[in-house]
Design a protein around this ligand. Structure first.
Ligand SMILES: [Ca+2]
Length: 535
């Protein structure tokens, strides 16, 4: 069904008079509002509702509240683990290859059918406030106010609808939530859709003034594979995203470049320069004692990596404290105004993130920590509290079809995802994989050459087994390619590539066929490779 065919209740009122008008008004009132909150690089491991040990020392009670009062998805995944591509997929319901936004260097084609456009055509007030990062201006929104490029944490620049850039006083996460609430308050009488898009906890992890010392005494537990040697995994051997080697001491870790103390000429770069003098002083003071202790007794080797990990976690989780507080502020507003019952609240991140697993920060690989997305949804009118979707495979191509389904709007034909409304409402029991739900997920990563040097790859994931096809950049035929195969049941941290070993058994041929089928299903062309062609 095309969304445009839906008769707007407003139009019906004018045409038919009293009784019908009243019924139409009631129907109109029942159409749910949508508050879609998304953060940037918020790891599943950093939301306490998911239970990971790291999140237990720095919990997120407000995000957890969405999960407790609604549904938590344990198996939500993106199709391309990097910011712009995931955002483009969420807007279009299409994988990167089909929506054209394959890497962060691309420009989003705003002429496509998107979730906000379809909602707007169906009478919704639509807005986006915060991170956008798709280069072209937003389309389909009645109102938009977006961060300039990646955005700054302190006193950030926003691009507004006139095209002007406006610098705004305050901390980015607070500004985005406050202005989102303001916009909702003006539009609360019509069905509304707002995307509340945080910068946090994205690099370079700058905490709000009130959270500068929040985690100065917190000890963050280390992942078992912090010192991974990447044996049997060639792409992992070539990456440049390790905490040990690739985190920038001044920019990422807020170390001083000299032991004498903070240096105004070299230390901390452009993000720091957006702060006013009071903010700068408090910011330097919050790192000063630990930075001086570092120079008094400089750690080396594995101790240095552990030091960097602790500093990374301290800052990362401190930025999340502001995210969680602001989620609470939005939930409280919805409660106070009586909007909560009929408002779908989504909390997600564009992808998950490495918090030291494999020794990494960042994302990109098809491994679990980056392919996953945190996803919790509350919709009191329909989703029973405490619903869990532990095994059903959902993906960011499904977000737009699902939200449209809840609004009574059919999925536009070009969207590749499916509505997971039944799973959100009823948990895993509501569907049967292979009958009325998918059994496998498709993945693709394109950004090479590019920052962090992760090879291009394509892959298939069936919930237990994962096959990944890595290839080098020459066209039309890559000069180099290789496969990896993982059994998540016996190797949940993807440390043992069993491709080509007896352990792989019949899985290789089965998954290769499935990878080929999925590429064709999503209208993609994979770089040629004899193993796939000779099946
Ligand atoms: Ca991101």
């Amino acid at each position: 069904m095309n969304g445009k065919l839906l008769v707007l209740p407003g139009a019906l009122c004018a045409a038919t008079g009293s009784v019908f008008a009243q019924q139409a008004r009631q129907a109109e009132q029942k159409r749910p509002n949508i508050v879609y909150i998304m953060s940037d690089d918020h790891a599943v491991q950093a939301i306490s509702a998911y239970g990971h040990p790291l999140s237990q020392v720095a919990p997120t009670p407000n995000i957890d509240r969405i999960a407790a009062e609604g549904v938590r998805f344990d198996r939500a995944y993106c199709g391309n683990s990097v910011s712009g591509p995931s955002r483009a997929t969420i807007l279009t319901g299409k994988h990167s290859y089909s929506n054209g936004f394959k890497t962060n260097a691309d420009f989003f084609d705003g002429g496509q059918t998107t979730l906000p456009k379809v909602l707007k055509e169906n009478g919704y007030a639509t807005a986006i406030i915060g991170k956008w990062h798709l280069k072209t201006y937003p389309t389909g929104f009645d109102y938009w106010k977006i961060l300039d490029d990646q955005g700054m944490y302190y006193n950030p620049d926003f691009v507004v609808m006139s095209g002007d850039t406006v610098r705004q006083k305050g901390y980015v996460t607070d500004i985005v939530a406050d202005e989102s609430i303001e916009w909702i308050d003006k539009h609360k009488d019509s069905p509304f859709f707002i995307m509340v898009h945080n910068k946090a906890p994205h690099r370079n992890f700058q905490p709000a003034p009130r959270h500068l010392t929040l985690h100065e005494d917190t000890f963050f537990p280390y992942p078992d594979n912090l010192f991974d040697d990447y044996e049997g995994r060639k792409a992992a051997q070539r990456q440049e995203m390790s905490i040990a080697k690739d985190m920038m001491p001044a920019y990422d870790l807020k170390l001083y470049t000299r032991k004498e103390g903070w240096d105004p000429k070299t230390d901390w770069g452009p993000d720091y320069r957006f702060m006013d003098s009071t903010e700068k002083a408090a910011y330097i003071a919050s790192y000063d004692a630990a930075n001086r202790a570092y120079y008094d007794n400089p750690p080396t080797g594995d101790s240095l990596t552990r030091w960097k990990f602790q500093r990374y976690m301290r800052d990362y989780f401190s930025t999340i404290a502001a995210v969680d507080e602001n989620v609470g502020k939005i939930l409280d507003y919805l409660d106070r105004t009586g909007l909560a019952e009929n408002t779908i609240v989504v909390y997600a991140s564009d992808q998950s993130f490495y918090l030291g697993e494999h020794g990494w920060f960042d994302k990109r690989f098809m491994y679990e920590e980056s392919m996953r997305m945190p996803l919790v949804i509350r919709y009191p009118r329909e989703i029973p509290a405490g619903t869990e979707a532990k095994s059903s495979l959902v993906q960011n191509i499904d977000f737009a079809p699902t939200l449209l389904d809840w609004c009574g709007i059919g999925k536009p034909a070009e969207m590749q995802g499916e509505s997971f409304r039944a799973i959100a409402d009823g948990g895993d029991r509501a569907v049967k994989p292979g009958k009325n739900w998918r059994k496998t997920l498709y993945y693709r990563y394109f950004e090479n050459p590019g920052i962090h040097n992760v090879m291009q790859h394509a892959g298939v994931h069936d919930g237990r087994w994962k096959l990944v096809y890595f290839y080098s950049n020459e066209t039309p035929v890559p000069a180099e390619h290789f496969f990896e195969l993982y059994d998540l049941k016996n190797d949940p941290h993807e440390m043992r590539n069993i491709y080509g070993t007896p352990e792989a058994g019949k899985q290789t041929a089965r998954l290769m066929k499935e990878l080929k089928r999925l590429a064709s299903y999503y209208n993609e062309v994979l770089p040629p490779c004899p193993e796939l062609e000779n099946l």
